[in-house]
Design a protein around this ligand. Structure first.
Ligand code: MN
Length: 206
């Protein structure tokens, strides 16, 4: 199991065509237009993870990464896709769909709990422990620490296995179609965030 760090773009042809790719992002903070995109993490479910780092003042050209993210024949797996989709759209200019979101799936099947964080999902569904210690660290510095790299990689390491288990539960509870409709809407939910409706539920009565 190896974590590879790439600067400004992925190498071409890294992943088999059509393979689903787990995607996560690290930014300088939670306000997308203010807080620049620093890192995109990717995994095809195999033993390695790939990190693409963007420096301050990056032009975010990244043609190989953009082609991968925009590929309509390749599912992208996220945990809380809404945030990553907005960051990717804002900085890389692509809609990184088709989408699968493990947090959304969890909300639709794990109705017995309000704990839908990645750490909790990995613990309950896969019986493994991941640390969230580096979550709020400085992703914009010139060197990423080994702890940061491992943390960043762990955010995409389990998403394929989580999807398998969540899909079983979605089918069991007859909510697979509802989940798919939610996943399909997520790029638009991210567009609403970017367009000025970040915390407003436009479906609410008041
Ligand atoms: Mn992350």
């Amino acid at each position: 199991m190896t974590v590879y760090l790439h600067e400004e773009d992925l190498p071409a042809g890294l992943f088999a065509p059509g393979a689903a790719i787990a995607v996560d992002t690290e930014t300088m903070g939670l306000i997308t237009p203010r807080d620049r995109l620093c890192l995109v993490q990717l995994s095809d479910g195999g033993p390695d993870e790939h990190l693409v780092r963007f420096g301050p003042g990056s032009d975010y050209a990244a043609p190989n990464l953009k082609a991968l993210l925009a590929d309509p024949a390749r599912d992208k797996l996220y945990h809380f896709a809404r945030f990553d989709l907005a960051a990717i759209k804002h900085y890389l200019g692509v809609t990184a769909a088709p989408v699968y979101c493990t947090k959304t799936a969890s909300r639709l099947v794990r109705t017995y709990t309000d704990r839908h964080g990645l750490k909790e999902l990995v613990r309950e569904l896969l019986g493994q422990d991941i640390s969230k210690q580096q979550q709020s660290s400085d992703w914009g510095g010139p060197e990423l620490s080994d702890a940061q790299k491992d943390y960043a990689a762990s955010d995409v390491r389990y998403l394929h296995r989580l999807r398998d288990e969540l899909d079983r539960r979605l089918v069991r509870e007859n909510r697979a179609e509802l989940a798919q409709a939610c996943f399909d809407f997520l790029p638009w939910r991210a567009e609403l965030d970017l367009a000025g409706w970040p915390e407003i539920d436009i479906f609410a009565h008041v």
